[in-house]
Structure formats: structure tokens, C-alpha cells
Design a protein around this ligand. Structure first.
Ligand code: TYC
Length: 102
């Protein structure tokens, strides 16, 4: 479709843009110091996981180094990352959490 008219002016196309908001993976990182039980507690409290699911994700991160806690819009992902860091640091654990576009 020609975006220019005869006078060389750009014509605004009227195609509706119904883009979904970008989604972000919240990633949990392994370390050698945070107790396994604390990580399970964080996954239950902040991500609403069952004990079984939280234990599965914790063990995945423990063995593989990193794991996905969930996929969220940017604001929710940022809030989850901040909650994990605040809770970890308030308890003197080095547990780290980050996010990346899915
Ligand atoms: N590696 C830790 C330990 O052996 C447990 C752990 C699991 C820490 C997952 C962080 O994201 C993590 N105590």
C-alpha cells in the first residue's frame, strides 16, 4: 500500500493496532547460601504456588541455575521481582530474582 499521496505527503494508515502488552518472565537464580525451605516459602507466598509446585521449581533452579517463576505484564513482573528481593534481603539471604521479556 502506497503511504504517499500525489503531493509527497505521508498518508496515515488507519489499520487498527490491537497489540497485546509485552509479557515478562520472572527468573529465580540459584546461589549457594539461601536455604531450600526459604526459596519454597518465597514461591508459595509471592507466586501463589502449591508446596509441590514450589518445591519442583526450587529444585529446578538449584540443579539448573535458573528457572521461570511465572510470566506477567511488566508492572506485575517488576513488583514480584521487588517483593522477592525485599523478602530475601530482609532475611539476610542472597537470593536473586530478575526479569526478561518473554
Ligand atoms: N542452592 C541452595 C542450597 O543448596 C538452594 C537454592 C535453590 C537457592 C534455589 C536459591 O533460587 C534458589 N541451599
Amino acid at each position: 500500500e502506497d503511504p504517499h499521496d500525489g503531493a509527497g505527503l505521508t498518508v496515515q494508515e488507519s489499520k487498527p493496532k490491537l497489540k497485546q502488552p509485552p509479557r515478562y518472565k520472572v527468573l529465580l537464580l540459584n546461589d549457594d547460601f539461601t536455604p531450600m525451605e526459604f526459596v519454597v516459602h518465597v514461591l508459595e507466598a509471592i507466586f501463589g504456588m502449591s508446596r509441590e509446585k514450589a518445591t519442583q521449581i526450587m529444585l529446578h533452579v538449584h540443579t539448573r541455575g535458573v528457572g521461570v517463576c511465572g510470566v506477567f505484564t511488566r508492572d506485575i513482573a517488576e513488583t514480584k521481582v521487588a517483593q522477592v528481593k525485599d523478602h530475601a534481603h530482609a532475611n539476610q539471604h542472597p537470593l536473586m530474582c530478575t526479569m526478561e521479556e518473554a
